[in-house]
Design a protein around this ligand. Sequence first.
Ligand SMILES: Cc1ncc(COP(=O)(O)O)c(C=O)c1O
Length: 356
Amino acid sequence: MQYKDIDTPALLVDLDILEKNLDRMAGYFADKPVDLRPHIKTHKTPAIAQMQIDRGAIGVTCAKLGEAEVMAAGGINGLLIANQIVGAQKVKRLAELALNKDVIVSVDNASNVREIASAARKAGSTVGMVIEIEIGMKRCGVSGKDAVELAKIIRKTKGVEFKGVLGYEGHCVSNQDDDFRTTECHLANERTTRAKRLIEQAGIPVEIVTGGGTGTYDVTGLHDGFTEIEVGSYVFMDHVYHRIRPEFGIALSLLCTVVSRAAGNRGVLDAGLKTFGQGFALPQQKDCPGLKFRGLSEEHGPVLLSGKARDLKIGDRVEIYSGHCCETVNLHERIYGVRKGKVEVEWPIAARGKLA
Ligand SMILES: Cc1ncc(COP(=O)(O)O)c(C=O)c1O
């Protein structure tokens, strides 16, 4: 099949660019004392996780328990869930997942530690734990001092195992100013490694120190004390992230059809908010210079056309870059892997919509 024959709107990944991105990140860390445990929130696809493992990743990072279950079913091990898993139904599933896979979950609260431990004891499994450290994002996480107390509780509790600390510098990963991003990132990471040192001073070994994103992989990845990095977006990229990380190509695009040409300089594509997501910016043309988004309705992509783009006719296909790759992928059931104009593979996005 030629990719232009696919019905639209359809998510495409350029396999040459995807492989280059995977190789570049793996190559960067190949000679460094830091492992890659890439975040699968971007692709949500076991086959791509396997490509990361094949290039040396020690496992994958997930946001949701449901994502981790999909990865496990796809044969992926070494599952780090970077979010807190709370509530009777979920901790039971978590404990059962840990029966057959190495599972590590992020915690920042003693009651949650006890809840998970009790489920793990019932299931007969052991759940690994990293303590999330608050490093400036003001989302989840505790201070270094509180982390010491929490580490002591985890160590005393049967059914769970203390593994280390997680500090995600989400407030600086995508800052456009390279110097600011680097400085802020080191400051944030210092809070993570300070927590590590405090825990070690209390006589507790710290095996894992994790954090990092695509915008900061070469800052956090070199920060003394980190043992692994959780980069996600580098596999696909979008036109927003690409501005600060041009070394990773934009592999992801949406194939769309022109469905209306209401006026000489106006058109409408068959993809709106429900196809792209909100994004950090409006989508951008890939192969149609002169096409510019005016906004996004639920199911309409209204565009302004200038120059050659004014030749577009009803039924023509155009490729569009997302304004936030992770959000766009989550809205789709499958992704077509394309190489030199031909569809080479079709992957179900098995963990899409796994919100629980
Ligand atoms: C906990 C965590 N780790 C790592 C990342 C890195 O993501 P990216 O590489 O897309 O910046 C994210 C992004 O949301 C995250 O939430």
